[in-house]
Design a protein around this ligand. Structure first.
Ligand code: SF4
Ligand code: SF4
Length: 178
């Protein structure tokens, strides 16, 4: 008896919800005339950003291409006279990209970022291969103030390299034989 009452109660609740919606004004958002403002964390079109001083953030470390589950990022690294690395070319095949965001997570310099721009549909699949000039923007994206070279490997007033709390002395990596 108790079970039957439970079932009737559940049915009544379901029908009540349906009945309520019969008199509700429908909400229709006409796309593309109406476009919602998507959250900043939306994962769509990828860009390569710049430091606040205008320099290219990407140091061609290959971490993004290594972590990419569909191997759609490729590049070639080179070094400037001052020792700073950069990518001579950088390519993303958006026909393969699954917009997982792992490249953005892996990037140490905040160079590669996913944006909320999702309208990149094309008929010709080959036009979905983006080169560095298509990806590089003239701003810092989500991390406007971040400058990797201002923080990484910088000696502070607290002490030299390897002298901070819980910090190891620099090693000669060539001596790290297996
Ligand atoms: S979002 Fe994912 S699939 Fe797309 S390039 Fe980045 S790591 Fe690769
Ligand atoms: S975008 Fe970031 S992770 Fe990818 S190569 Fe450049 S610096 Fe490395």
């Amino acid at each position: 008896m108790a079970e039957a009452l439970e079932a009737i109660k559940a049915l009544a609740t379901g029908f009540a919800t349906t009945f309520k919606h019969l008199f509700r004004k429908p909400i229709t958002e006409e796309y593309p005339e109406f476009k919602r403002t998507l959250p900043e964390r939306t994962r769509a079109r990828i860009i390569l950003t710049r430091d606040p001083d205008g320099g290219e953030r990407c140091v061609a470390c290959y971490l993004c291409s290594a972590v990419c589950p569909v191997s759609c990022i490729s590049m070639q690294s080179a070094e400037k006279e001052d020792g700073r690395r950069y990518a001579t070319w950088f390519r993303i095949n958006f026909a393969r990209c699954i917009y997982c965001g792992l490249c953005e997570e892996a990037c140490p310099t905040s160079a590669i970022q996913l944006t909320a721009m999702f309208e990149t549909c094309e008929r010709d699949i080959l036009t979905l291969v983006y080169e560095k000039e298509d990806l590089l923007v003239d701003h810092g994206g989500k991390d406007k103030e971040y400058n990797f070279y201002k923080y990484a490997g910088v000696v502070t007033q607290e002490g030299g390299k390897g002298e901070h709390i819980k910090e190891d002395k620099p090693v000669n990596v060539k001596s790290n034989l297996p």
